[in-house]
Design a protein around this ligand. Structure first.
Ligand code: ADP
Ligand code: PAZ
Ligand code: MN
Length: 907
């Protein structure tokens, strides 16, 4: 495998027809019902047999299902790393993040392809990458798991695009680790599969390189109880030292993809800790042993410098009295037996002994090769804070701060991931950080990522599992304050603080990996001035006070949200049951994050708000605010004609002000804000809207209106800016979009600017979605010619589509177009590193961006800089945020205009 990885010169010559992508966008047009297999393919790339390929279903469909009857080379979904202690599984489930591909979407795609020509085709299938582990001694459980999910046959969700003809006999699964040899016969016998063995070191390195390049916050440092995520510079990754602490330890110098040398290792590793620990403490599980260490005091077992020096430091050589002089050195006393020592103390002493030792050997090897970066992997680490602190301390201490210990979130899965990648047909190495979305399913906060019992197959099982879990009396509480980190500097660690253990059934150690969603259609928003420096979140949740505040806000909002969600599904018993389960799962996530903010990777407010939406979807609440959204849309559409008339009676300047005021005032309709929800109980939406408008006193808290006005209307010698295309990122349903953003869009259209309304792909609170917009626009078009003509020109009105379908959607009318694209996300916030490819395409000709709402322009993107002019509009519906960001008050308005920035030089 090393040589294969070396041989990737043609990585970027990925052309049509040689990809693993069954749905190759460029090919679809020509794809006949029987395709040939004569296309050029590169040797190390997926080799699909396309002969007799047939499209199933509608030819017009841009994403048809393609059957490959002669595709014998099974597209495998599973790779194994069978180690001395643990079996690691990485498996892929194909799962496209679908939203209906309607006419409007197709017309948008065509339109933007026309103006952009060279849309790329994606080499990777959309799907999910799962990470699961089992103890090697429980091989049978692992095989049951594989067989219940049919992972060896490509999944129980067995996709119709597979040949279906292969028998189990043909199935070959990539495997690494010694168990790939040792248990090959068992796998053949039990599952009928053969193992294709990959070298363990090759796999470790391939896995580590993939993770470090493709996952944004994979690596982190750990000091004094604090995780800090490290941004890896892809151009400055090699060389590094990889230390894999499994049963034993491998130390590998990595110089590039497939270029490495195993420079050292040690037999004192994870197996030593677990084995000796088990014998000495009678612990039943590894996690129990780790848990014990949290309550231990090693000075009862270890001989410290102070024990030798009569309580004093050995300061000449920088050794404090609390430094361990000799691990287990105190147990030489003849008068004491094993039973005279506390298991807790023994466990801690053992953990420190082994961690320090590995840290020290790693440092020496780093020194030997002049390496500064040391990455630690393997399941010995198990995300355990104290272990990582100890290793970091050792590396720092011995290198005098010259070398740095870093850890990997997928610590123990490097080998399995490497084996998975060795299939050479996933094209996974082409995935970029922005195409991977990590999600944390319901079970994550409870089981800490390991598997207990059979897999949860369906929603009903999930819910009953949750109910049982709750019945068992396990506390799932609202966020609890986090204990301060319990380590000190120089040589002496205090007793580690016992971290809260109310949540996980294996409550000792923290371990959380989500499922990696591979979404090959996500792209970086092309108008970011400096994508490398872009950070979506405005508020830093690593500040404990902020974290506590926002977790509490979300937790307090929960009962109301559950009410709405249950009502949205007709309030049935089933909906209530799901509502309860959702509430428990989400509270557990919140409590987990309170206990350990970095448990799910780097945490920002945007992640929290998205987690809530994802959690709702997991319990099949697809649109909790649907009724509210519809009601508000109707009420707002009813008053739209009057508003438009009022606007039309004004002069240009007054009108522009009224329009911006209208957007800000209507942004009050936000069901995600506690304060606003209280307001809605006090009046109808039209009353609230009027009141909100009346209160719009200028100057606003941030008031760049005059600059914007000058830009749009010109003044004196400054000519008006004729914008070509504006992207309007819309926010809430009802008044917000209908009475705020649509009239503003109309004004831009009237001035000859093309308008693209950018809305969520999936629902989030009461935000309007891209699917809902055409209907709203169609309704508005009944009362307004400008909107109607523009919507026709933009292919938004379905009737109009018929007449323009045949000739590539060229503009028939003189009007500029009004269009809708989805943003690729389902959250009230917006991460511009991960937007839909449609939005990315639409952005290419845009010269004005209008971001609206608190989620998209304050919580996220307040500091984002763009290559083109940008207007950020929002009403601040939270007192603390208003104070923190603007020294202001709740219901303040923000109107920030920023002229386009030149892109930074290295982009
Ligand atoms: N549930 C567990 N059971 C056994 N060992 C565990 C467990 N969790 C973590 N470990 C630790 O992880 C080590 C195995 O790490 P791993 O990277 O899987 O190596 P291997 O490939 O040798 O099995 C064990 O020796 C032990 O120290
Ligand atoms: C979820 C939201 C970002 C939505 O705001 P919007 O983007 O709709 O303006 C916002 O409602 C929010 O920050 N809510 C939590 C804070 C609060 O309840 O005060
Ligand atoms: Mn919103």
């Amino acid at each position: 495998m090393a040589s294969d990885l070396d041989n990737n010169d043609h990585d970027h010559e990925y052309g049509e027809g040689e990809t693993f992508n069954l749905i190759n966008k460029e090919e679809e047009k020509e794809m006949p019902s029987t395709a040939t297999n004569s296309m050029h393919r590169s040797s190390s790339r997926p080799q699909l047999d396309l002969s007799r390929a047939a499209i199933q279903g509608d030819f017009e469909d841009r994403n048809p299902i393609i059957l490959l009857p002669n595709q014998s080379d099974d597209i495998s979904h599973l790779a194994l790393d069978i180690g001395g202690s643990l079996i690691k599984l990485v498996y892929f489930s194909r799962h496209e993040e679908h939203s209906p591909d309607d006419k409007r979407k197709r017309s948008m795609k065509k339109r933007f392809e026309i103006s952009n020509g060279n849309r790329r085709s994606y080499p990777v299938l959309g799907g999910r990458l799962h990470f699961v582990k089992f103890e090697t001694r429980k091989l049978n459980e692992c095989l049951d798991f594989i067989s219940s999910k049919q992972l060896h046959r490509g999944g129980s969700d067995s996709p119709s695009w597979r040949s279906g003809s292969s028998s189990d006999e043909d199935i070959v699964i990539k495997a690494t680790g010694g168990g790939a040899y040792k248990f090959a016969d068992v796998l053949k016998e039990r599952l009928g599969v053969s193992l294709d063995k990959e070298d363990e070191m090759d796999c470790l390195v391939a896995g580590a390189n993939f993770l470090l390049k493709a996952i944004r916050h994979e690596a982190f440092t750990h000091k004094d109880g604090q995780k800090e995520f490290v941004q890896i510079d892809h151009n400055d990754l090699f060389p590094y030292l990889l230390v894999n602490i499994g049963s034993g330890v491998s130390i590998i110098k990595v110089d590039g993809d497939g270029k490495f040398e195993r420079v050292s290792g040690t037999n004192v590793g994870g197996g030593t800790f677990w084995g000796l620990g088990r014998l000495l403490t009678k612990c039943k599980s590894f996690d129990e042993l780790l848990e014990l260490s949290q309550h231990g005091d090693n000075s009862n077992v270890d001989m410290l410098v102070g024990d030798i020096y009569g309580g004093m430091d050995y300061s000449k050589f920088g050794l404090s009295a609390s430094t361990i002089a000799s691990s287990f050195g105190k147990t030489t006393s003849e008068s004491k037996e094993l039973s005279d020592y506390r298991p807790e103390d023994i466990s801690l002493s053992l953990l420190r002994m082994i961690s320090y030792n590995i840290g020290q050997i790693s440092y020496l090897n780093a020194l030997r090769y002049g390496l500064k970066k040391i990455f630690f992997g393997g399941f010995f680490i198990r995300g355990h804070a104290y272990t990582m602190d100890t290793i970091s301390f050792a590396v720092h201490f011995w290198s005098k701060g010259q070398a740095q210990a870093m850890f990997l979130r997928h610590e123990g899965f490097l080998g399995a991931l490497g084996a998975f990648m060795s299939y050479e047909k996933h094209g996974l190495d082409y995935l970029r950080a922005h195409q991977l979305v990590e999600r944390f399913p319901m079970g994550a906060p409870y089981v800490g990522g390991s598997i207990h019992g059979p897999p949860l197959v369906n929603l009903n099982e999930k819910i009953s599992w949750m109910e049982k879990f709750v019945q068992k009396g396990t506390q799932i509480t609202a966020p609890v304050p986090m204990a301060p980190p319990g380590t000190t500097g120089m040589g002496g660690f205090e007793r580690p603080s016992s971290r809260g253990n109310i949540l996980r059934s294996d409550s000792s150690a923290s371990f959380s990996l989500g499922v990696l969603h591979l979404v090959p259609t996500l792209e970086v928003f092309p108008l970011l001035a400096d994508p490398k420096m872009y950070e979506p979140n405005t508020i830093d949740l690593s500040d404990h006070g902020e974290l506590e505040y926002w977790l509490t806000v979300l937790s307090e909002h929960l009962p109301d949200l559950v009410d709405k969600a249950v009502a949205s599904e007709g309030g049935t018993d089933d909906a209530k049951r799901r509502g309860d389960a959702f509430a428990h799962a989400f509270s557990a996530h919140l409590a987990r994050l309170m206990e350990e903010p970095a448990a799910y990777g780097k945490l920002g407010l945007a992640n929290l708000l998205e987690l809530r939406e994802e959690c709702l979807r997991e319990f099949q609440f697809m649109d909790a605010y649907i009724t509210i959204k519809q009601r508000e849309n109707e009420a707002s559409l009813a008053v739209l004609p009057d508003l438009l008339m009022e606007l039309d009676s004004m002069n240009e300047e007054d009108r522009l002000l009224a329009l911006i005021e209208g957007v800000l005032a209507a942004n009050i309709f936000d069901w995600g804000s506690r304060a606003c929800v209280d307001l809605y109980h006090k009046g109808t939406i039209i009353e609230i809207y009027r009141m909100s408008r009346k209160k719009m006193q200028r100057p606003w808290r941030v008031d760049d209106f005059d600059i914007f006005k000058k830009r749009i209307l010109g003044s004196g010698d400054d000519k008006a800016q004729q914008y070509k295309r504006a992207l309007l990122f819309v926010d809430n349903s009802g008044a917000d979009v209908v009475l705020g953003m649509l009239p503003l869009a109309r004004e831009l259209l009237r001035r000859g600017t093309e308008v693209v309304l950018v809305a969520n792909s999936l629902p989030a609170i009461n935000d309007v979605t891209a699917n809902e917009l055409p209907e709203i626009v169609a309704e508005a078009a009944k009362h307004c010619d400008i909107i109607r003509k523009a919507a026709e020109a933009g292919g938004l009105l379905l009737d109009a589509m018929v007449s323009i379908k045949d000739d590539g959607l060229k503009n028939h009318s003189a009007s500029v177009a009004l269009m809708v694209v989805e943003n690729g996300c389902g959250s009230p916030c917006l991460d511009l590193r991960q937007v839909s490819s449609d939005l990315a395409a639409a952005a290419k000709d845009a010269d004005l961006i209008i971001l609206e709402g608190m989620g998209r322009s304050l919580h996220t993107n307040l500091n984002a800089q763009f290559r083109c002019d940008a207007l950020k509009l929002a009403m601040v519906k939270n007192q603390r945020l208003a104070e923190k960001l603007f020294n202001g008050n709740i219901y303040d308005s923000i109107c920030r205009f920023e002229p386009g920035k030149e892109p930074s030089a290295d982009n």
